[in-house]
Design a binder for this molecule. Structure first.
Ligand code: ADP
Ligand code: MG
Length: 585
């Protein structure tokens, strides 16, 4: 039985195990370490997760979902092929897939998983993550904050035992900044700050907006298909500019029409500056909350795919007057940290027990009125932001008017003075004996545990005691409901095994078909039909042989497509002359 660590990302998810003295990332069925956090439902109801689903974002946008972690803990529903899903349900499918791959890779059952979540995740989002694991049938006792995982990996990899680090995790949909103090076997998060809606996706959006402005087109006027292609074009341009600073011509075609724009690093930097300014504010807040000055920090560790952007590194260097450091691959560091944590959990030899302490990322409190006429209650904070976890505080609230029969304890999270400007987490009603104003009371206790889950207890002066874990009421399922959903999840068929690779190849061919034009598009159609015929024939040996061949031919089409973007429509020089023939149509 194995314990695994999981980085359940907005864009990509990874799993890791600790064995033979190191944190080893787990390969998925397609041989890759990153599984895109995408889900797509096929026409027959079969569910695809990962690379195959990501391919379908373009060809079947209405049946495919991505970036749902951004909405974790909310009631945003995704309707995919007639079935609706909540964000934690889609996450459950991703977790299920990761667990299947891990089982196959390790050849053993999964005893437990440790899932990393952004330090900035609020209570709802954490509960939703645990619920997702439950739906996936994956036992999860502990969530670990992503920066703790990254710091664990950093101190393990560098052997540094005494350092203060600024961790900047710039991912697909979120930015997480933390200040971490490592000393001997203690990893202490001293401050965290973040933005749950700032990431590489926003950079893509900024490039798309720029492209539309340059061409005088409205994004809404493009077909959904064309819009999706524009987004992947923007992302490709962004990735390209992380490698070189050569200006990149972007070309988008639809039918007879074509549009173009040039993107270079300088332009990209200008487009990103408003986003970076938001990142700078978050960084400043984390450093300020840590009580350290920028000069006291021993290093800046970059985490997350977007931190690979050259323009972002350049911005950080200016901001912090010093270059940030890259330890290993910023895409892997969180998963590896979660894997180390799994090793510690299993008491693996060679791993010292590490004490990880966290802080509460938000202030938590109760809405309180000055008197009965007060229509705009203000906050009384029980647990201020950056308190050490676990934290436990109590506060007494008194009745406001004569013969008041109950006291409503409304729980909020946030930093604003007025309660209504913060996030409402829930409420508890407590009965009190009718009496003179102010003579009866409720004692409210907040217990915030190491997983970042809040338990509220309200004790009325008359003996009425109410206790509950505060979660979004929509996620607070009854036992029966929970069982029903778990059972309905077990029935879902998620594609895996060799079929998964076939689905991936076909989905990729379909996406290329949608993106290409002319003879290259016909080539894609030919590949789809031929491959489907082989699958239908049921000849397994032939199919096994054909998989690599199909992969190669798709790689060639992909290269052709890339060249088409970069060079503005020149065909390949050598082979298959007929490709060029109609290329200027
Ligand atoms: P998350 O943790 O949110 O799942 P990741 O850390 O995997 O996200 O980062 C995904 C984001 O990183 C995407 O927006 C992707 O476009 C971006 N990204 C990945 N590689 C690069 C690169 N080389 N240059 C710039 N951005 C990159
Ligand atoms: Mg991440």
């Amino acid at each position: 039985m194995a314990v695994i660590g999981i980085d359940l990302g907005t864009t990509n998810s990874l799993a890791c195990v600790y064995r033979d003295g190191k944190a080893e990332l787990i390969e998925n069925e397609l041989g890759s370490l990153m599984t895109p956090s995408c889900v797509s439902v096929l026409e027959d109801g079969t569910i695809l997760v990962g690379a195959a689903a990501k391919e379908r974002l373009i060809s079947h946008p209405d049946r495919t979902a991505a970036s749902f972690k951004t909405w974790m803990g909310t009631e945003k529903t995704y309707s995919l092929g007639g079935r609706s899903f909540l964000p934690h349900e889609l996450s459950a499918l991703v977790l299920k897939k990761l667990a299947d791959d891990a089982r196959r890779f390790l050849g053993e059952e999964i005893e437990e998983a440790i899932i990393s979540v952004p330090a900035y995740f609020n209570d709802n989002q954490r509960c939703a993550t645990k619920l997702a694991a439950e739906l996936a049938g994956l036992p999860v006792k502990r969530l670990i904050n992503e920066p703790s995982a990254a710091a664990l990996c950093y101190s393990h990899a560098t052997g540094r035992e005494d350092c203060r680090l600024l961790l900047v995790d710039f991912g697909g949909g979120t930015l997480d900044v933390s200040v971490v103090d490592c000393f001997e076997n203690i990893i202490e998060i001293v401050a965290v700050a973040g933005d749950n809606h700032l990431g590489g996706n926003d950079v893509d959006q900024a490039i798309v907006d720029y492209f539309c402005r340059e061409n005088g087109i409205a994004l809404d006027s493009l077909s959904p298909d064309c819009r999706a292609r524009l987004f992947s074009l923007a992302e490709a341009a962004k990735l390209h500019l992380s490698q070189t600073d050569m200006a990149l011509p972007m070309v988008l075609r639809e039918g007879e029409q074509s549009w173009g724009a040039r993107l270079d690093r300088k332009t990209l930097r200008t487009l990103c500056d408003p986003l970076f300014a938001r990142a700078g504010t978050v960084i400043a807040r984390a450093v300020r909350d840590s009580g350290m000055s920028a000069g006291e920090l021993d290093g800046v560790v970059l985490v997350g795919g977007s931190s690979r952007m050259a323009v972002f590194q350049e911005y950080l260097t200016e901001l912090l007057s010093g270059a940030p450091s890259l330890v290993g691959n910023p895409d892997h560091i969180v998963a590896q940290g979660a894997g180390l944590c799994a090793g510690i959990k299993q008491r693996a030899e060679g791993l010292r027990d590490v004490v990880m302490t966290d802080v509460c990322p938000f202030s938590l409190g109760v809405a309180s009125c000055v008197d009965q006429q007060d229509r705009n209650p203000h906050m009384v904070f029980l647990i201020p932001r950056s308190s050490m976890l676990p934290a436990r505080r109590s506060e007494v609230f008194r009745t406001l008017y004569e013969d008041q029969k109950q006291i409503r304890v409304e729980v909020y999270q946030g930093e604003q003075y007025y309660a209504s400007d913060n996030l409402r987490l829930g409420e508890i009603l407590v009965q009190v004996p009718p009496d003179r104003a102010g003579s009866q009371w409720v004692e409210v206790t907040f217990a915030y545990d190491i997983n970042g889950i809040l338990e509220v207890t309200a004790r009325g002066s008359g003996g009425d005691v109410r206790r509950r874990v505060i979660v979004n009421p929509k996620l607070d399922l009854s036992e029966q409901e929970r069982e029903r959903i778990i059972a309905s999840f077990e029935e879902l068929s998620i594609e895996s095994g060799a079929h998964d690779r076939d689905r991936y190849l076909l989905a990729r061919a379909e996406r290329l078909f949608a993106e290409l034009t002319g003879p290259a598009r016909r080539e894609a159609a030919f590949l789809i039909q031929r491959y489907q015929a082989i699958i239908r024939s049921g000849r397994q040996a032939l199919l096994a042989r054909e998989r690599d061949e199909m992969q190669e031919r798709l790689d060639r089409l992909e290269a052709f497509l890339q060249a088409d973007w970069m060079l503005g429509g020149w065909g390949p020089e050598d082979e298959d002359e007929d490709w060029d023939e109609e290329d200027d149509e």
